[in-house]
Design a protein around this ligand. Structure first.
Ligand code: CS2
Length: 468
């Protein structure tokens, strides 16, 4: 048996306390991955429990139909298993009321986007899906889905293309637009997505771009929860807790955080019910999280690759490696302004404990994926800020050097710039090993590639961490 609306769940499993058959769509989510299920879906479930309203989620996956088929088979239900040293608990989330795969059924997705009941579109599509040109902060016209969406805007393929076409349908129908809420790990994520949407709209119809600029809100948000990719173990654990199979089961840590800029002209759910915080400025929280959590994560992931350690917790179990993660945070925190309501020392202590959570098997290779898309906000912009403040930015050079040493060690990469990276690994000269990486177009900002001292520090780290 698989989980569905008729499953009778054990008493210890939390389940929706609201009338699911009365749920109406209010949010369309793009990117039906594990992170969405463990984060925005949980907050929305909490909001519906606290104050039931028309905020059902239409879950859209852009490419793979698999999770959509699973949702269909399970009446939109899935479980979230929370794991810590204290034990495991399972909860069934009921906030999803409809679903579609954009690649298989584009008309259904367009109909949902055009539906005036959809008042918010949320996104978790990963950094690389946006088609962001790191050099300009604008749209990369050579990005495959951007190029396709410039050519055939009425048949979108990428997230920005879907947003623009959805907003065009709303404008043409004279209906109020949806608010766009980016939930990916990009700095100033709302502002970035707004710019990309406006650029794509402008290329198609300047009047549409103007209408979007005047009418659509793009609040920024900082999201946080560690959610490893699900494995057979995950599904087995969930089945034991639920008493039934769940193809969409995921496991995660107890910690969850969402800081959102409160700009929702068409309204929003009561996400505070689940602990979301609304702030007038989200950037300080984003910067804190990207530089402390994600920056250290990227470092840890590559330390893991270099040392043959599979999971983040394994790296944290080696005192010298854990000390490096801590030292990295100590340098990164120097690049931050105070963050309202946050004790940064306590935040860093919590991060160390979260990374070490023995019940969470977060694979280093998962985090090492797409490092070129993650470097700017995690390691390079804090390095630039540190140098500008007169610091040597050595910690960031070390992390970059460790990344390069790990690439060399593996001889492969799971990264959209894989070809450039492999070519650079093969061209690494004696003495100035990082040179081919600094020559990759658009990867390093001039403030770093033009700084001999910083580059030498990267070279020293590569030499120190390269395995024979
Ligand atoms: C990780 C993040 O895979 C990665 O790059 O650093 O997914 C991280 O687990 C989340 O941002 C935590 O909120």
């Amino acid at each position: 048996m698989t989980l569905n609306a008729t499953t009778s769940l054990p008493a210890h499993v939390q389940r929706p306390a609201y009338p699911r058959d009365e749920l109406r769509p209010g949010i369309l989510h793009l990117g039906l991955g594990a992170f969405h299920r463990a984060h925005q879906a949980v907050y929305t479930d909490d909001a519906l429990n606290a104050d039931f309203g028309p905020w059902g989620i239409v879950a859209v996956n852009l490419r793979s139909p698999k999770p959509v088929q699973d949702l269909q088979a399970q009446d939109g239900l899935f479980s979230v298993v929370t794991r810590s040293a204290d034990g495991d608990s399972a909860r069934v989330i009921g906030a999803t009321c409809d679903w579609a795969c954009a690649a298989e059924d584009p008309d259904a997705v367009l109909a949902h986007l055009a539906d005036a009941r959809i008042r918010i579109v949320t996104l978790t599509v990963t950094e690389k899906a946006y088609g962001l040109d790191p050099d300009t902060g604008g749209l990369d016209h050579a990005h495959p889905s951007v190029a396709a969406d410039l050519q055939h805007p009425e048949r979108p393929t990428g997230p920005i293309g879907w947003l623009v076409e959805g907003l065009r349908l709303r404008r043409d129908a004279g209906t109020a637009p949806f608010t766009v809420l980016c939930c990916d790990n990009l700095p100033s994520n709302g502002r970035v997505v707004r710019r990309l949407v406006l650029e794509l709209a402008e290329a198609r119809d300047p009047a549409l771009a103007e209408w979007i600029a005047d009418h659509v809100a793009f609040p920024c948000s900082m999201v946080d929860r560690i959610v490893p990719a699900a494995t057979d173990d995950t599904r087995a654990r969930a089945a034991a807790l639920l008493g039934t199979q769940d193809a969409l089961a995921i496991e995660t840590e107890p910690f969850i955080q969402w800081v959102i800029e409160d700009r929702f002209p068409q309204g929003r759910p009561d996400w505070q019910a689940g602990g979301a915080v609304f702030a007038s400025k989200v950037e300080p929280y984003e910067k804190m999280k990207l530089r402390l959590l994600n920056g250290a994560h990227t470092l840890i992931a590559h330390l893991g690759v270099l040392n043959g350690l599979e999971h983040v917790r394994d790296v944290m179990a080696v005192p010298q490696l854990a000390a490096l993660a801590r030292a990295h945070m100590a340098a990164a925190v120097q690049t931050l302004d105070p963050v309202p309501g946050i004790d940064l020392d306590a935040y860093m202590d919590d991060l160390i404990a979260r990374f070490a959570n023995p019940a969470i098997a977060h694979r280093n290779l998962q985090i090492a994926m797409d490092t070129t898309q993650k470097l700017p906000q995690r390691l390079l912009s804090p390095a630039v800020d540190a140098l500008a403040a007169g610091d040597d930015a050595a910690a960031f050079a070390r992390a970059v050097g460790i990344w390069i040493a790990a690439l060399k060690h593996r001889g492969e990469a799971d990264d959209p710039r894989k070809d450039d990276l492999i070519a650079a690994v093969q061209a690494m000269p004696e003495g100035d090993a990082s040179a081919p990486f600094f020559a990759i177009p658009g990867l390093f900002p001039q403030a770093l590639s033009g700084n001999r001292d910083w580059r030498d520090r990267v070279n020293a780290a590569i030499a120190e961490w390269s395995r024979a």
